[in-house]
Ligand binder design. Sequence first.
Ligand code: AMP
Length: 379
Amino acid sequence: MGGESLPTSDDWDVRGKRVLVRVDFNTPVADVDGELVITDDFRIRSAVPLFTDLLARGASVVACTHFGRPKGRVDERFRVEPIRRRLNELCPGVELLENLRFNPGEEANDPEFGASLVDGVDFYINEAFGASHRAHASIMVPPTLVASAAGPNLRREVAYLLDLLDEPARPFVAIVGGAKVADKLGIVKVLAARADVVLVGGGMAYTFEATQGRTIGSSLFDESFLAECAALLEGGKVHIPVDTRGLADGAPFGSGGGTDPVVDFGANVPEGFEGFDIGPRSIEAFTEVIATAKTILWNGPMGVFEDPRFALGTEAIARAVAASPALSVIGGGDSVAALQQFGLEGEVSFVSTGGGASLELVEFGDLPGLRALREGIRV
Ligand code: AMP
């Protein structure tokens, strides 16, 4: 079940019709001289080809998005005005509704709020992959009321991720990092069943290391997952770092940086210290495995890469992935941010924009928003 099973809008006769497009324009903004401006318009630019096509076919187009977390009420900081301005520059003639999350009905998947969105609308297109793992009204309700389709970017994201899991060229090497083992254990389990090797790094690796009798000092740790981590390691496919680097407890770290010298711990983090990156031997071992891959899926950094002292592991992995001729798919906001930080985003096969959505699609093979489209009304 790749992107092919999702309905498309290619054959619709939209002349003189009104089309509602759900997009994910949840973009970063910054205050410049008292005015909020978009700092990265990638998501808006990606939707322009669809809008242009619909307009050329004679449709009137209205887009809708969530923006930030205004928690179901009007919050001036989250008005879509800066997004609307940029959209009008890039593609004049497309309307943009006010922030969907100003209405509590959006996140509550309220049928009435959902119905209000398609009042006077003839067709609905979901082009918001990054929001399709959420059963929210703008995602779930329109397909039950008007003819609906998946947008081209949504289809491409789904097809890439599902095809990769279906019949990957082998060896298939998955790389999973990030802070919490609780967030990522599900995906490690799924990948351990499908991939040939799963390289685990980042804060989540220390719970795995603790099962091997290694000391982890005050590194991130979640006791409730010890047994599952131990079982995964027994399967033999999950590889964990053999050494780690970090700081003494209390030393400042993170995007604000710090000046304390980095400590190379080897395999064990002593009491009074904390691990923030994989060490040099792990970098070597991981990059050797990555060099053998024909398919790569990477989600999550190997350390606190926002702090240059702990970016070495993530940078080495990013460079190894970029140098590989394998089909490489990168998912998740932090891995994408890391690729950008090292100027490598053009060097991989596919960058998936939806962090949570790509994880859930890989873990469960489907998303609520995709089900809604498949079960919804067709022309
Ligand atoms: P996630 O959102 O789960 O992908 O986690 C990304 C975050 O994990 C980044 O902001 C990293 O700074 C953080 N992270 C990675 N490794 C560690 C670590 N060893 N200790 C604390 N935080 C980490």
